[in-house]
Design a protein around this ligand. Structure first.
Ligand SMILES: C[S@@+](CC[C@H](N)C(=O)[O-])C[C@H]1O[C@@H](n2cnc3c(N)ncnc32)[C@H](O)[C@@H]1O
Length: 263
């Protein structure tokens, strides 16, 4: 099976916005009055949650009316956080059910004028050259075999010298990974690479590397849990997946790395 079909199958298949609104209502939230902040505990589908997203957006120097591209936007969590900076956000994602949920949840919190979403692969972006002032990619490359192809597209649609923040699970040591992991049930759709590999793919796509930050220690707190967490999105099987991710991190095989580059 094609990698992209495996990835879509891994993440998609459920009516997520209804599932999420039901979980929020059961936890006592008035879903007629929700804000983006009510969703942050469950819509940040990466290590470190909303604090990690905020850190990456701050490294971009995100400011009002900047045009931000969010590659692999998931259900729109990082995009909606960026919209709270009054940026103009476009999220793209391979998984149509995630794009539907991102669109529905963004409408529900009244941010449609600030964030919109398109179902497409990062390898072929339906945008003109120089369409964006900044880009972010959060925990997506682990599913992408040819990262340089995606980075070349990001470089094409960014304005000259625009910043790009790439926050990913990366290889930090040798040794077999134990599956399932949060992004893949086996090696067929898992392409974790080292920070050196990312550097090379980014530079090969025309970016200049500005900084590399090891964010791993900031992600080693208690794993997400409770009625309002990414478990709502991923289902109960997520517990084992995140457990394998945490074990691999503690064993020095994986780390949460942020690379800041410039087009
Ligand atoms: C772990 S989720 C992260 C979602 C979001 N960035 C966040 O942090 O909340 C990974 C996302 O990457 C998307 N993805 C994987 N491969 C992709 C590709 N080639 N192009 C676009 N999106 C992709 C998946 O559909 C999924 O939504």
């Amino acid at each position: 099976m094609d990698v992209r079909d495996l990835v879509r199958g891994h993440y998609g298949g459920r009516n997520l916005s209804d599932t999420i609104l039901t979980a929020l209502a059961e936890a006592g939230t008035d879903v007629e009055q929700i804000t983006a902040a009510d969703l942050f505990p469950l819509d940040q589908l990466h290590a470190g949650g909303v604090a990690a997203t905020r850190h990456a957006l701050d490294r971009l120097g995100l400011a009002p009316d900047m045009r931000l591209l969010d590659i692999g936007c998931g259900i729109g969590g990082p995009s909606r956080l960026a919209a709270t900076y009054d940026a103009q956000v476009t999220g793209i994602d391979l998984t149509p059910e995630f794009v539907e949920a991102a669109t529905a949840l963004t409408a529900r919190v009244g941010m449609t004028d600030r964030a919109s979403f398109v179902a497409t692969a990062g390898e072929s972006l339906p945008f003109e050259d120089d369409s964006f002032d900044a880009a972010v990619m959060v925990h997506v490359g682990m599913n992408i075999p040819d990262k340089q192809a995606v980075f070349a597209e990001v470089n094409r649609v960014l304005a000259p010298s625009a910043p790009f923040a790439v926050y990913e699970q990366m290889r930090t040591g040798e040794g077999d990974l134990t599956y399932p992991l949060p992004w893949a049930v086996d090696e067929r759709s898992s392409f974790v690479e080292s920070v050196e590999d990312y550097r090379s793919h980014l530079e090969g796509a025309g970016f200049t590397i500005e900084d590399v930050e090891d964010r791993t220690t900031s992600t080693l707190g208690a794993p997400p849990d409770g009625p309002i967490s990414p478990l709502v999105v991923f289902g109960p099987a997520f517990g084992q997946r995140i457990g394998n991710n945490v074990a691999a991190t503690k064993a020095g095989l994986l780390g949460a790395m942020l690379v800041v580059a410039r087009a």
